[in-house]
Design a protein around this ligand. Structure first.
Ligand code: SF4
Length: 1003
């Protein structure tokens, strides 16, 4: 990547003595060590990152006499120190700190035991998490305050008593809560056991957000270990500089790009990526976007993981499987699960082909229900032997899943082992095919699941639903631990983290994103469980008021700015993309900026690309180069990068072509002869060419490229019209074949055939919702009765007369010779051929549905090419059965039909019109002209027909304006000729609508 090819070659441990904060840290530590460099010293940092940073800085810093390095310094966090001091005291009492899952289960169990609103609250997973937050907040209160709250009536009294009940519940089972741990640490500090001896003087780098009790404990530790008061808060007097630059951006996406460009510009200016950080508001939105953009730019990233285990492949796979266990095995849900992870099946642990099985199950018409999977897949296997093996494998996996996901009754540990077993059974764990972080996640997910077994200590029994909720919550809250992975550790690339992680860190360059007032500070809403008036009652500050939380965030933001020693940049989005409302910079920006702050807006993506900042990806580099070239008055298509990059040149050409008047390859001009209707050994169907006459682009998409709309069985409310047409055709074909074999006309027999075919259609999942299917069946029975009535005493000669599909000369194709001598060969199936009383051949094509479009036959027997079947079927029947005159007709079967029948007598006039239109269509196809231009015009509303086209969502919304511009171009002439071809006068006289008793023998 261009970005990372630059930059200085410095190591992350390079000394930074110039920073007054680090200088103060080194000086303070050396000061408390005095003459003995081996004196132990403990430095308490606000986070694990800050502790690691302090250790590295002390190692690289200078001591008295310019000596580098320092010995016997323990850099830790307040949490770890309290655990170190209190842990042994708890152990001596036979207790240990409750893991998070145990604590959560204790809260849930006690709430259920208490009943009332608390039990209702924890019935919902989010309610349980809200209660846990409230309990955690109440645990910050001093004991007398909590006791006073517990004496109150109402919700706050219930909550405070709940806090005590949970604590007792944990104590009875040998677990301690965070309050116990602090009390135990305090006992260790006040006892004369020598617990503090190994610590040496304790220095606090930054206290961070501690509870009042933790603050008091830390003060006690510092005082007891003998650090002088001047040394207790290291670097507290060091002033943070103000922002060096503010970049108002068009929106958050542009903001993220601007932040990444700023990082890359700093690398160019000599600041390595490990000496830079990007801080963002709380939440994962910015974190994910930043990580994505930095990764795309080839810049390594480190910092707190934003991904919970639930978002890892293994976590999502297990959660999805447990959700399936309680479901009705809906097709979409099963298919979604198959795609979440590499799933294996069978003894040979074969990888499941997820997308193949998706289309297979859709083809089988599976919607939901464990039994339906087996039934419909075996029906599919019987119809399509080529798919039988895969259908069988899918069916077996479903059977296996249904049995394996039956949860065991009993304890948490039983459930945990069962869930871990499911993961082992269905997840392909072949290390070679997994990214390293995902492979690490498998073990972490397994460990988190098995840890749920510990909950046996706090509740005896668990139901499946509660287990599933606990598992989801645990995986959601446990972030993926990447510390053991070879890449991505602190110091490897840019540090990306929320503002609160800036405390105690130093970088040469920092960028603060999201500095809009709506985000920083944003709206801190009232808490329904612990409202503001209750929080104000705790004068010790344990319950943090709105103002206290604002102060905390403000301190974090100030710390983020202060973390930058050289470059301090802030960005904010000027518009909220969700609401479109303008956004103001953060109210704190005034105090963070000064006379030296530069304001440099980024107006848009184009402005960002054109700016002097270096591009951060290859695509951006190409656009940047083209923009600069254009700004100098040159043609961007001739910029150096456009000349060397095929995709940039193609992009520029495509944009220009689409707005121009020429008919180009980007508008459907694919070139002469690429698609040909004249291939002798590849006859085509009449309907194929009819599609070209409806819209050439539709022909290209549907008939040349084979793109089709995917109908999913679960989306079918009512049988689709094409399926209904096929069903009616199948019924009539079977009935007519029996008649051709000598059976008499019989309505009961016709209806029997229909019932058998209805059952087959149901088995294939094609029929939609039961009520609508009942209505459809009733309508089809009526249609068939009418058909029987209208059939009269015609003498059937053939059912489904095939042509152009046989081998070795059987069923020869219909060959049509055009006026220019070229031949178009057709294949197809005429639904039936009869002989009328008059001796005339009658060819019928059944049509279901209303068929409004057939009305256009009244003016033109081929409807401008959109209806070509009848002349071709007539030729096929004549070729098979001979005869002077042929009558071809569309026989409309539906009660909603526009007419009972449209008959065309194939006269010379009709034949001439057919040949003329066929010639135009064949010419258009041969010329490779496929513009988006429906030929049918409903008044002036040519493009109204697009509404019923499957490609309506794919074609550009400006298709009408594009065609208006391009219809005059030479390449589009064949299409225009087809649209504007004159229909000869009186040719419509050869068409009649309605049955003719004399020739057709009806009633
Ligand atoms: S949406 Fe309209 S222009 Fe596009 S392929 Fe369909 S009919 Fe043609």
């Amino acid at each position: 990547m261009p970005a990372m090819a630059r930059g200085p070659d410095r190591s992350p441990s390079a000394p930074a003595d110039v920073d007054p904060f680090l200088a103060a840290l080194c000086a303070t530590v050396h000061g408390v060590k005095g003459a003995d460099p081996l004196t132990p010293v403990t430095v308490v940092a606000p986070s694990a990152y800050a502790a690691l940073f302090a250790r590295r800085a002390l190692g690289a810093g200078s001591g008295p006499g310019g000596r580098r390095g320092i010995a016997n310094v323990n850099c830790t966090t307040a949490d770890k120190l309290i655990g170190q001091l209190g842990g042994p005291v708890l152990a001596a009492r036979g207790m240990r700190r409750a893991p998070a899952a145990v604590d959560l289960e204790a809260i849930r169990t006690r709430a259920i035991a208490t009943g009332g609103w608390l039990a209702e609250l924890v019935a919902h997973p989010r309610g349980l998490l809200a209660l846990r937050e409230a309990v955690a907040e109440l645990r910050r209160c001093p004991a007398p305050t909590l006791a006073a709250l517990a004496r109150r009536r109402g919700r706050i009294g219930d909550l405070a008593r709940q806090c005590h009940a949970v604590r007792d519940h944990l104590h009875e089972r040998g677990f301690a809560d965070p309050v116990d741990l602090v009390e135990a640490a305090e006992a260790a500090v006040t006892a004369t056991s020598g617990a503090l001896d190994a610590l040496g003087p304790v220095l606090v780098l930054d206290a961070g957000a501690l509870t009042p009790a933790e603050h008091a404990l830390l003060d006690l530790v510092v005082a007891k270990t003998g650090a002088t008061s001047a040394a207790r808060m290291v670097g507290a007097g060091v002033q943070a500089g103000s922002l060096t630059e503010v970049r108002p951006c068009a929106d958050p996406d542009e903001e993220v790009r601007a932040a990444v460009r700023s990082v890359v510009a700093s690398v160019d200016a000599g600041i390595p990526s490990w000496a830079q950080a990007i801080f963002h508001p709380p939440g994962t939105g910015y974190a994910r976007a930043l990580r994505q953009e930095l990764t795309a730019a080839g810049v390594a990233v480190n910092g707190p993981e934003t991904r919970g285990l639930d978002r890892s492949v293994a976590g999502a796979c297990l959660i999805g499987l447990l959700e399936l266990a309680g479901s009705d095995w809906g097709r979409q849900q099963v298919v979604a699960w198959l795609s979440t992870a590499p799933i294996v099946t069978g003894r040979d642990r074969r990888r499941v082909p997820a997308s193949r099985w998706d289309s297979l199950s859709a083809q089988a018409g599976v919607v939901r229900g464990a039994a339906q999977w087996g039934e419909r897949l075996s029906t599919l296997a019987a119809r399509h032997p080529d798919d039988a093996a895969e259908a069988g494998a899918l069916s077996r996996l479903l059977d296996d899943l249904v049995i394996a996901t039956v949860a065991p009754a009993g304890s948490w540990s039983t459930h945990a082992s069962w869930a871990a077993g499911l993961l082992d059974r269905y997840l392909d764990r072949d290390r070679a095919s997994w990214p390293v972080d995902e492979h690490a996640a498998i073990e972490q997910v397994r460990a988190a699941v098995l840890a749920l077994g510990e909950l046996d200590a706090v509740s005896d029994r668990v139901e499946f639903a509660a287990f599933g909720r606990a598992l989801s919550a645990t995986l959601e809250e446990t972030v993926l631990d990447t510390t053991e992975l070879p890449h991505g550790g602190f110091g490897d690339g840019v540090f990306v983290a929320p503002f609160r992680h800036a405390r105690g860190l130093r970088f040469e360059g920092v960028v603060l994103v999201g500095m809009a007032d709506a985000l920083v500070p944003g709206g801190i809403g009232d808490d329904s469980l612990l409202p503001e008036d209750i929080r104000r009652l705790d004068i010790a500050g344990g319950l943090r008021t709105h103002m206290a939380r604002l102060d905390e965030l403000h301190d974090d933001v100030v710390a983020s700015v202060g973390a930058g020693t050289t470059r301090r940049v802030a960005t904010y989005p000027r518009v909220d993309p969700r609401t479109g409302r303008a956004q103001m910079p953060s109210r704190w920006m005034t105090s963070l900026t000064g006379v030296g702050t530069r304001w440099r807006p980024v107006d848009s993506f184009a402005a960002g690309i054109s700016s002097a900042n270096p591009p951060v990806s290859v695509a951006e580099l190409e656009l940047h180069d083209a923009a600069r070239w254009a700004a100098d008055g040159n043609d961007p298509a001739l910029s150096p990068l456009a000349l060397s990059s095929g995709r940039l040149r193609t992009g520029i050409t495509a944009s220009r072509s689409r707005i121009g008047c020429d008919f180009t390859r980007f508008d459907g001009n694919v070139g002469v002869g690429r698609v040909s209707p004249f291939i002798a050994d590849a006859p085509m169907s009449a309907t194929r060419l009819e599609v070209y006459a409806k819209c050439p682009r539709r022909f290209l998409y549907d008939r040349v490229l084979g793109i089709s709309k995917r109908t999913l069985p679960e989306d079918i409310w009512q049988m689709e019209p094409p399926e209904r047409g096929t069903l009616v055709h199948t019924i009539l074909e079977e009935y007519l074949l029996e008649r051709l074999a000598g059976a008499p006309r019989s309505l009961p027999r016709l209806l029997d055939v229909a019932e058998a075919q209805f059952t087959i259609a149901e088995g294939r999942g094609l029929v939609g919702k039961p009520l609508l299917w009942r209505m459809d069946k009733a309508a089809m029975r009526r249609d068939l009765a009418r058909f029987h009535d209208e059939e009269g005493d015609l003498e059937p000669l053939a059912a489904e007369l095939e042509f152009g599909t046989g081998v070795d000369g059987a069923d020869p194709a219909v060959t049509v010779t055009l006026d220019d001598g070229r031949e178009v060969r057709f294949k197809g199936k005429a639904d039936r051929v009869d002989r009328a009383r008059s001796g005339e051949l009658v060819v019928s094509d059944y049509k279901t549905g209303k068929q409004t479009m057939l009305s256009s036959l009244r003016k033109d027997p081929v409807a401008g090419g959109r209806l070509l079947q009848l002349p071709i079927y007539a030729m096929a029947a004549q070729a098979r059965f001979g005869g002077e005159t042929v009558r071809a007709r569309y026989w409309l079967l539906s009660e909603k039909r526009v007419a009972p029948c449209f008959s065309v007598t194939i006269t010379d006039q009709v034949q001439a019109r057919f040949l003329a239109v066929l010639g135009l269509i064949a010419g258009g196809v041969e010329a490779g002209a496929f513009p988006g231009a429906p030929t049918e015009r409903l008044g002036d509303r040519q493009f109204d027909t697009c509404r019923t086209c499957d490609f309506d969502g794919v074609c550009p919304t400006t298709r009408d304006r594009q065609w208006a511009r391009k219809s005059g171009a030479g390449g589009a002439a064949p299409v225009l000729a087809l649209m504007e071809a004159e229909v000869p006068d009186d040719v419509g006289d050869c068409v009649t609508d309605g049955f003719d008793d004399d020739t057709e023998g009806v009633r």
